[in-house]
Design a binder for this molecule. Structure first.
Ligand code: F0G
Length: 352
């Protein structure tokens, strides 16, 4: 049978699982790698651009790759409850996989600063949702302390199984392209995903599946760019709430990925993010989160200063689905008209 069974079944040999591990899966992974020729025509026709559309995972973000591992290992260890801090997607994913595993889920989110779709996911899956009067960094500090003192498993990306699960995205990219891209472009928030991709590419090279490594290019939002600035940001601000983080947990690993690959981590403004977000939607028919669009904004910025070479192959990870945050889409798009239910009135508005 060739039914896709999720990332653990597909990449079991690279992951810390045994026959005894109960696999908690929503058949995550196997996401499309979409060739973005329209985008390339706009940015630079001499580039080959692919979009790894992680918004098509079961809970709408890349977090599901890590969460299948984290919850499977939590179940294997006999854990009764998991806990996480989140800007929204981690909590959406954790609560779905915890529901499937029959494990309690506690989530701490920054009050009023997560997209509504993500909040609705945690609630409908039955997680215990606490809105913290503080930001993501405060929430992460709290769940780290609580999980160290109480019998609850932490499922943020400081849990090593999370990063391990997320390496599978790099495997999928290489499998789909029969090799690595020249550059891999990612948004950077808590810095787990850039860490995971870099580890995935290195694993594939150590195993001889690929013979070279890509350059890692990471982008933070300008108002939440601690790695770019070289110091924590006390009050991070960006409309890309997914990456509104001032003190990333995997800071050192992200810097290592940047430096070992000969890449860079830079910032893009909220205006550049929104422009890229609309460009993806209107030119490619792809609806992603604003945080995900930081990749396209970043590539445009590097292109302007002549960073890329002719014929280079780029993969951009679009980390989450645009439907998570429909408010923003409506806010930045032209408004819908209201008309009388009469043909003439409709034709007039349509200009036909
Ligand atoms: N894009 C989206 C849509 C995200 O939700 C996140 C992180 C990132 C990018 C950044 O990835 O943290 O691995 O560098 N979201 C976390 C959360 C923080 O709580 O959902 P990262």
């Amino acid at each position: 049978m060739s039914r896709w069974m999720g990332v653990i079944e597909r990449y079991r040999e690279f992951l810390s699982v045994s026959e005894k591990t109960p696999v908690i899966t929503l058949n995550e992974g196997n996401t499309p790698l979409v060739k973005a020729d329209n985008l390339a025509r706009i940015i630079n026709p001499d580039l080959e651009i692919y979009l790894k559309y992680e918004g098509l995972n079961p809970t709408g973000s890349f977090k599901d790759r890590g969460m299948t591992m984290a919850l499977s290992k939590a179940r294997e260890a006999g854990s009764r409850a998991v806990i996480c801090a989140s800007t929204g997607n981690t909590s959406a994913s954790a609560s779905a996989f915890a529901a499937r595993a029959g494990i309690d889920c506690f989530v701490l989110i920054p009050e009023g600063k997560i997209a509504l779709g993500k909040l609705s996911q945690a609630m409908v899956h039955g997680a215990r949702v606490l809105q913290v009067k503080g930001n993501f960094d405060d929430a992460l500090r709290l769940v780290r302390e609580i999980s160290a003192e109480h019998p609850v498993t932490l499922v943020n990306s400081v849990n090593p199984y999370r990063i391990e699960g997320q390496t599978t995205a790099a495997f999928e990219v290489c499998d789909a392209l029969d090799g690595p891209p020249d550059c891999h472009v990612l948004p950077v928030g808590n810095a787990g995903n850039i860490t995971a991709y870099w580890r995935g590419y290195r694993t594939y090279r150590e195993q001889g599946v690929i013979d070279r490594l890509p350059v890692m290019l990471g982008f933070q939002a300008a108002g939440a760019a601690p790695i770019v600035l070289g110091h924590p940001v006390e009050k991070p601000e960006t409309l890309a709430t997914a990456i509104r983080i001032g003190n990333p947990a995997s800071w050192k690993q992200a810097v290592a990925a940047r430096d070992e690959s000969g890449g860079l981590i830079e910032s893009v403004t909220d205006e550049e993010i929104v422009e890229a977000y609309r460009m993806l939607a209107s030119a490619e028919g792809i609806f992603c989160e604003p945080a995900s669009a930081a990749t396209v904004a970043g590539v445009r910025k590097l292109q302007e200063r002549g960073y890329f070479r002719k014929g280079q192959r780029l993969v951009l990870t679009l980390t989450g689905h645009g439907l998570k945050d429909p408010d923003l889409a409506i806010r930045v798009s032209s408004p819908a008209h209201t008309v009388e239910a009469e043909k003439d009135a409709v034709l007039k508005v349509l200009g036909l």
